[in-house]
Design a protein around this ligand. Structure first.
Ligand code: ASP
Length: 439
């Protein structure tokens, strides 16, 4: 059995955290490939090493003195090394980094050094081999991740190494230029490594015990989600409930490898298992509820709209030509409503309205802002009667006015529109009816 384990920045922020990670890895001999992030925040006021590197490199690029900042970064790593009583010097590495900074080796190169150095420390600490991600994670000439080539190179390389540390977040083009993924990208590296070695499990260790049924900032002590499918996770993540980089699911999803989100600070917790498909019912009918504020509803009315072929296309064209993507589009006989992000829409409002008038010649257009969308997600809804009934009676008891309802044909989610002001009340009411009362 092979497990790939990825540890996030907070799990590796200090020597104390490193020691916990060491214990976790040594606790299961199947944990053969380790993907570390750069050291993260040790407390809420701290700065992530990745951010320190970006800042330091900005100075180098502006030809200012970047050395004091680089010394601070070195200190963070030395604190870890000394705290673990290790005999390891990063002096040579920092000399090379300083000279590459002076030569302006690039912002991505700079940011990647956090993972690179943490990987070196981790490999020495565990006695695992170090594999530089620049040699095995490949980006193409345009800086796009090249999954196919990577999989070939990496799977060959891993066959030669029984246990190894592969730093997260970066890779390189064929010519050696370092390229990073977007922020939080070590999650993606972990997934790529899991696919390449055909792992049985991809464990993603972080500082929470997995996904929760609702946002803990809205609901007190929400229950954890034990099992969630990739599709459910995507729905919830889209609505802002994210524990994982969005792109991290693709490599393992294709290979059918489950992801287990675990908590480094509470390793006894089972965490959340993310799977392709499961016949395990979710405990509460719904798997999770999440939402986002800040939408505008653009209501378009036209008599006999239902008979006018192409009307919808013309209305949507007005958004397309202005570069605005729409979220939902519930419609009636003579009305259709387009939900868009308020921020994206605000600056182009009048252009869009005049484009709708020009292209579709409606009778009336009416705007309503400050709306929120809530997604109630659950594979269990398909086979349970009365889910919608329970949601709406809970909302009416909580005095929440429902502005919009949209149920996808997959019956995986029900999207509800409410005012921004009702957002928290609505989430609490939905959580309560399914989890607390469990009728
Ligand atoms: N260190 C990088 C970041 O802060 C990547 C990661 O941690 O996944 O975004």
């Amino acid at each position: 059995m092979i497990k790939v384990v990825k540890f996030g920045g907070s799990s590796l922020a200090s020597a104390g955290q490193f020691a916990k990670v060491g214990e976790i890895i040594r606790g299961d001999k199947n944990r053969k490939y380790v993907v570390p992030s750069a050291p993260g925040k040790r407390n809420s006021k701290d700065t992530k090493v990745t951010d320190m590197l970006y800042e330091c490199y900005e100075k180098a690029e502006a030809e200012q003195d970047f050395k004091p900042q680089l010394r601070k970064i070195k200190e963070r790593f030395n604190n870890i090394i000394n705290g673990l009583n290790m005999k390891l010097s990063l002096d040579e590495e920092f000399k090379i980094i300083a000279s590459n900074f002076s030569e302006k080796a690039g912002r991505d190169y700079a940011a990647s050094r956090g993972e690179y150095l943490n990987g070196i420390i981790m490999s020495k600490y565990l006695g695992y081999e170090f594999i530089d991600a620049a040699e095995v994670i490949r980006f193409d000439k345009n800086g796009e991740f090249d999954g196919e080539t990577t999989n070939k190179i990496l799977s060959e390389r891993l066959k030669k190494s029984e246990t190894a540390v592969i730093p997260g977040f970066y890779g390189a083009k064929e010519d050696g230029t370092v390229v990073t993924f977007s922020r939080g990208g070590s999650d993606i590296t972990g997934s790529i490594v899991a696919k390449a070695c055909r792992a049985d499990m991809y464990e993603n260790w972080t500082d929470v015990s997995g996904c929760l049924v609702a946002d803990p900032r809205i609901v007190d002590n929400p229950k954890p989600i034990k099992v969630i499918t990739y599709r459910e996770l995507r729905e919830l993540a889209y609505m802002g409930a994210s524990v994982l980089h969005e792109d991290a699911v693709f490599p393992v999803r294709k290979a059918g490898i489950p992801i287990n989100i675990r908590n480094t600070n509470a390793p006894e917790d089972e965490g959340t298992l993310i799977v392709e498909s499961t016949c395990q019912p979710s405990k509460y009918t719904i798997t999770g509820v999440a939402g986002k504020k800040g939408f505008v509803a653009v209501n378009v009315e036209k008599d006999m709209m239902n008979t006018e072929i192409g009307f919808g296309r013309k209305v949507l064209e007005a958004f397309e030509v202005n570069g605005i993507s729409f979220e939902h589009m519930p419609s009636g006989i003579d009305t259709m409503t387009i939900f868009v992000h308020q921020e994206e829409f605000a600056g182009k409002e009048q252009q869009v309205l005049s484009a709708i008038h020009r292209l579709a010649e409606p009778d009336v257009i009416d705007l309503e802002g400050d709306l929120a969308l809530i997604a109630v997600v659950g594979r269990g809804m398909k086979s349970t009667r009365g889910t919608a009934g329970r949601i709406f009676s809970a909302l009416s008891h909580a005095n929440v006015n429902v502005k919009m309802i949209d149920q996808g044909s997959s019956e995986l989610n029900i999207i509800i529109g409410v005012t921004n002001n009702d957002f928290e009340t609505a989430i609490k009411a939905i959580y309560d009816i399914f989890v607390e009362t469990q009728l």
